[in-house]
Design a protein around this ligand. Sequence first.
Ligand SMILES: Cc1cc2nc3c(=O)[nH]c(=O)nc-3n(C[C@H](O)[C@H](O)[C@H](O)COP(=O)(O)OP(=O)(O)OC[C@H]3O[C@@H](n4cnc5c(N)ncnc54)[C@H](O)[C@@H]3O)c2cc1C
Length: 404
Amino acid sequence: MNSEKLSFNNTKKAFLSKNNSELNESYWLFRLMGNPFVVKIGSKLTLFALSLRLPVQGLIKRTIFKQFCGGESLKESQSVVKRLSKSHIGSILDYSVEGKSTEEDFEKTKTEVIDIIALAKGNKAIPYTSLKMSGIVRLGLLETINSLPFVPEDCQSEYKLLHSRLTEVCQASVANEVPIYIDAEESWIQGAIDQLAEEMMSHYNKEKAFIQTTLQMYRKGRIDYLKNLIQQARIKKYFIGVKLVRGAYLEKETARADRLGLTTPIQQNKEDTDREFDEAVLICLQNLDVVTLCAGTHNEASTFYLVKEMKNLNIAKDDSRIYFSQLFGMSDNITYNLADEGYNVTKYLPYGPIGAVLPYLIRRANENTAIAGQMGRELNLIARERKRRVGQHLLSSSSITPQT
Ligand SMILES: Cc1cc2nc3c(=O)[nH]c(=O)nc-3n(C[C@H](O)[C@H](O)[C@H](O)COP(=O)(O)OP(=O)(O)OC[C@H]3O[C@@H](n4cnc5c(N)ncnc54)[C@H](O)[C@@H]3O)c2cc1C
C-alpha cells in the first residue's frame, strides 16, 4: 500500500490481533457503552460496589479493563506491549492511578514512572512514557498555584517535594533517553502544570525534546500559547515536545463553569476545536527544527490532515520528531493501518490496580457515549470485521446480531 491509498477501512488489519471471541467481547462492550443510561448507572453502581468491597473486580477486569488497560501491573502489561510491538506499534505505558492523596501514594507513582523509564531504556517497544502531575502531588496544591499564580509561603515545603519528584523523573528520562509526556488535566490546575512543564523543558531539552507537554485544543487560546512556547524555545535555545489532544474533560469543564458562573474555557463548538487542532498540527510541522509532535487523536480527518501536510512538506513518514498515538482499545483501524504504512505510531497503554484506574475507565466510557459519531465508529468497525469473518467462514454466522 502506498500513502496515496492510506485508508482506515481495512478492518482485517485493524483487528488482526483479536481472535473471534475477543472481537465478540469488544462488540458487546461497545454496544453497552453506547447507551448513556447504562454508562451513567453502571459507573455509579461500580463505584458503590467497590466502596462496599463487593466482588466486582473480576467482572471489571474481564470486560472494560481488558478493553482499555494493559494489566494491573507493569509486569502484567508486558504481553500487550509485546503484541503491539509485533505490529510495529510502540506502547506508552501510563501508570493511570488517579484520585490518590497521600505522600506515600505520590512517592509510589514517582517510583513506578521511573521503573517504566528503566524498562523502556533502549527498548523500541516502549519509545515514550507519560506522567500525570496530579499523580505526584495533591490536587489542592496545583489548584492554589494555578489561581495565585505563585507558591504561597505555607505551601513551600509541599511544593519542594513535588519539584524534587518531578526533577527525579525528568532526570531519569534524560539519563535513559526515554522521552516523557506530561499529560494535560483540568483547566483549574493546568496553569500550574504548564508552568512546571515549561520549566522542565527549558532545563532538560537543550539537546532533544525529552520532556514534552500536552495541549488540549478544546481550550480557547491554545494556539497563542503554542506560538509563545515556540518563540520562547527559540529565544532560550531549547527544544519543545508537544502532544496535541482535543481534551478529555469537556463535561466536567462545562459543568464547573456553569456551577460557578464562570466563562467556559472551552471552545464554542466542536468545529472550533477541530479547526484549532489542525492549525496546531500545521504550526508544529512548520517549526520542526525546535518542535517534536505527537498527534494524540482518534479523529480520522485530523490524522489524514497530518499525513497530507507531512507529504506536502516533504517530511519522511518515519521522521523521529512525529508520532501518531491512540488510546489502547480505541481506533485500531487508525493505529494498525498507519503502522503498516511505516509511520511512527504508539498506543497509550494505561495500567494499574482496578480500583485506582476506574476514573480513567469511566472517562473512556463517557467519552465513547457522549461524542456523537465516536461510538458509532468503533462499533461499526467491529461489526464490519465480524461480518467479514462470517463471509470468509472464519466466524459462525449465529454469533452475529443485527448491526446497530
Ligand atoms: C495518545 C493520547 C493521549 C492523550 N492524552 C490526554 C491528555 O493528556 N489530556 C487530556 O485531556 N486528554 C488526553 N487524551 C484524550 C483525548 O483528549 C480524547 O481522546 C480526545 O478528546 C478525543 O478526541 P479525538 O481527537 O479523538 O477526536 P474526536 O472524537 O473527533 O473529538 C472529540 C473531542 O472533541 C472535543 N469536543 C466535542 N464536542 C465539543 C464541543 N461541543 N465543543 C468543543 N469541543 C468539543 C472534545 O475534546 C471531545 O473529546 C489523549 C488521547 C490520546 C489518543
